[in-house]
Design a protein around this ligand. Structure first.
Ligand code: MEV
Length: 318
C-alpha cells in the first residue's frame, strides 16, 4: 500500500459570522495560501490495527491513537472515517499531520485538518470518500470544538469554493464577478470560538429582541455584500464590512485589539474592515485597493498584527 497524501485549504468568513448560527446567511471563501496536509503511510513495523499519529501543532509525536480520548478531534476524525469506509480493522499505519494554517485564529484550521485526514485515510484504505461524506465527518468533529457549529467552516474547506451559506440548506457556491483583494491580519490573540459562540447564545437568550434585530441586520448586510460580489461592484464591500464590524461589536464579540487593528487598517487606506470568525481575537479582514495591499499589510504589522496574508479573491480560472 503506497503512502497517500491529501490537503485542504484554510477559510475566511467575509460576512455574517455568529448570525449564521441563528439561520442568517454568511459568505466565506477558501484561503489556499494556507493549508493542512495529512500523509498516511503503511507501518509494517507495528502490530496489525495499530495507528500512530504525529501532529507537531498539538505536540503528538508517533502517539498511539488509543492514547487519545475518544472525543479528541483527531481520534474522532479517524473513527468516523473508518466507519464511513466500513473498515473496522485497518492495517497498521502512521498518520502525519502538518498545517500552515494558524491554530485558533478563525482560519478553519480544525476543519481543514479533519478534511485532509478523512481524505487521505479513506484513499489509503482504497475507498476514497466524496466531498459530501468528508463534509459530514468534518461537521461532526466541529461539534467537539463548539456545540452548535453552523457548518460554514467545514463546508468551505471541503468544497474549496466561495459559499453563500445558510445553515441546513444545500451548498450554494457563488461567483466572484470582479476580483477584489483583502488583507487578513492576525491579532495574535487566540480566538476562543466556543466561548464567543456560547456568550452570544447566553446574551441572545437574555435579550432575545435586541439580538434577533442584530442578527437580522447582519443578514441584510450579507445580502448586500452578496449582490456586490456577484454583480461586480466589490468597492461597495468596504462600508458593508464597517457595518458588519459594528454589529459584531454590539454582539460583544470584538475586543480592544481587534478594534484598534480595524481602525489602523482604515487609517492606512483600507476601504473597510471587520473581525472575521468567532472574534475576541483571531483575524480581521480589510478590503484594500490591490496596489495598496502590501503597504496596508505592513501598517497592520506595525500596529501589532502578528501575521498578515494578502488574499486576492478572484473568479475561478476558466
Ligand atoms: C466561526 O468560524 C464562525 C461562527 O459563526 C461559528 C459558526 O458559524 O459555527 C462564529
Amino acid at each position: 500500500m503506497p503512502a497517500t497524501t491529501a490537503t485542504a485549504p484554510g477559510k475566511i468568513i467575509l460576512f455574517g459570522e455568529h448570525a449564521v448560527v441563528y439561520g442568517q446567511p454568511a459568505l466565506a471563501v477558501p484561503v489556499p495560501a494556507v493549508r493542512a496536509r495529512t500523509v498516511v503511510s503503511p507501518a509494517p513495523d507495528l502490530p496489525a490495527g495499530e495507528i500512530r499519529i504525529t501532529a507537531p501543532a498539538v505536540a503528538l509525536e508517533n502517539a498511539p491513537l488509543e492514547s487519545l480520548p475518544p472525543e479528541h478531534p483527531l481520534a474522532k476524525a479517524v473513527a468516523l472515517t473508518l466507519e464511513a469506509v466500513g473498515v473496522s480493522r485497518p492495517p497498521a499505519l502512521r498518520l502525519r499531520l502538518s498545517s500552515t494554517i494558524p491554530v485558533a485564529a478563525g482560519l478553519g484550521s480544525g476543519a481543514a485538518v479533519t478534511v485532509a485526514l478523512a481524505r487521505a485515510l479513506s484513499a489509503f484504505l482504497g475507498h476514497p470518500l466524496g466531498n459530501d461524506a468528508v463534509n459530514a465527518i468534518a461537521y461532526e468533529v466541529e461539534k467537539i470544538h463548539h456545540g452548535t457549529p453552523s457548518g460554514i467552516d467545514n463546508t468551505v474547506v471541503t468544497y474549496n469554493l466561495p459559499v453563500y451559506f445558510v445553515r441546513g440548506r444545500p451548498l450554494r457556491a457563488f461567483r466572484v464577478r470582479r476580483p477584489f483583494t483583502v488583507v487578513i491580519a492576525d491579532s495574535g490573540i487566540p480566538a476562543p470560538t466556543a466561548q464567543a459562540v456560547g456568550d452570544v447564545r447566553r446574551a441572545a437568550q437574555a435579550e432575545p429582541e435586541r439580538f434577533q434585530a442584530l442578527f437580522a441586520a447582519v443578514g441584510r448586510v450579507v445580502e448586500a455584500a452578496y449582490r456586490a460580489i456577484t454583480t461586480g461592484t466589490p468597492e461597495a464591500l468596504g462600508p458593508l464590512m464597517d457595518e458588519n464590524h459594528a454589529l459584531l461589536q454590539q454582539m460583544g464579540v470584538s475586543c480592544p485589539t481587534l478594534d484598534r487593528l480595524v481602525t489602523a487598517a482604515r487609517q492606512a487606506g483600507a476601504l473597510g474592515a471587520k473581525l472575521s470568525g468567532g472574534g475576541r481575537g483571531g483575524n480581521l479582514i480589510a478590503l484594500v485597493p490591490p496596489e495598496a495591499a502590501e503597504a496596508i499589510a505592513r501598517a497592520l504589522e506595525a500596529a501589532g498584527a502578528v501575521r498578515t496574508i494578502v488574499a486576492p479573491i478572484a473568479p475561478p480560472a476558466p
